[in-house]
Design a protein around this ligand. Structure first.
Ligand code: IPE
Ligand code: IPE
Ligand code: MG
Length: 253
């Protein structure tokens, strides 16, 4: 099994001591990438899988601790059945083919989203990857599949209501930390950096709670063109951002 290169300085332009702990990516533009080349959308989705492989490796090499990728949204069920079928089979194929390599590289796979609604074979493949890698201590790789930020919040509220009703928690003690424990991302820090490819300036129901203070970087390239260089350039942009969290800069105080 191929073991990825050791962590090393990938670029002189970025500060390896200030790499975001959690990067989230809206992998968008597969369809347009294919369309521009006169090819069917499926070809774009297949090329997108290759870009995902590279992104995982680059994050691992950079020492990113959490990578969350948006692979299929709760709204993507609106697409034609044929495209949904392609996306589902690519997801299954990706997870099955990559599992040994991810595991050998100490990656821990997790899934965010309602897996119950996935086709059985896809659900089984994804859950197997999570189960097999659950003790791994390297990169935590969150696959957002059948994920919606609103759905995530609603399921959290329902679980909280149940726990209040059964006396497990006291309604008066609920705060932001309690709420976070009920999200799919329970235990993950918020993403400092949220990337979207293909130029769309919207969040499309991704990590609505968690991205409250994420730095957003939108790049024009479509997802299949995204590579190591793209990610490093974005980390450089991130490192030049002034993150204030509602406060003011130290020197202005
Ligand atoms: C991203 O590419 C993949 C998914 C949403 C599953 P798209 O399929 O959205 O491609 P565009 O945005 O139509 O180009
Ligand atoms: C967001 O992309 C979902 C994923 C990348 C999985 P979409 O292509 O579905 O988003 P919209 O429709 O452009 O908002
Ligand atoms: Mg899209």
């Amino acid at each position: 099994m191929r073991i990825w290169r050791n962590k090393k300085r990938l670029s002189s332009e970025i500060d390896m001591n200030r790499i975001p702990v959690h990067i989230a990516i809206i992998m968008d533009g597969n369809g347009r990438w294919a369309g521009l080349r006169g090819m069917p959308r499926a070809v774009g989705h297949r090329a997108g899988v290759e870009a995902l492989r590279e992104a995982v490796k680059t994050c691992d090499a950079l020492g990113v601790k959490y990578l969350t990728v948006y692979a299929f949204s709760t709204e993507n069920w609106k697409r034609p059945q044929s495209e949904i079928g392609i996306l589902m089979s690519l997801l299954k194929e990706y997870v099955r083919k990559e599992l040994d390599e991810l595991h050998a590289n100490d990656v821990q796979v997790r899934v965010l989203g309602n897996v119950e609604q996935l086709p059985q074979d896809v659900r089984e493949a994804v859950l197997l990857a999570c189960e097999r890698t659950k003790e791994n201590s390297g990169l935590i790789f969150n696959l957002a599949v059948n994920y919606g930020g609103r759905a995530e919040i609603i399921q959290a509220v329902k679980s909280i209501v149940k726990d209040v009703q059964t006396g497990k928690i006291d309604a008066d003690t609920i705060n932001e930390d309690t709420f976070e424990n009920y999200l799919y991302t329970n235990g993950c820090p918020e993403p400092e950096l949220l990337i979207r490819t293909s130029g769309e300036m919207r969040i499309s129901n991704f990590l609505l709670w968690q991205a409250a203070y994420s730095e957003l970087v939108v790049v024009n390239e479509c997802w299949p063109d995204f590579n190591e260089k793209s990610l490093i350039e974005i980390v450089r942009i991130f490192q030049n951002r002034d993150r204030r969290f509602g406060g003011i800069k130290k020197e202005e105080e």
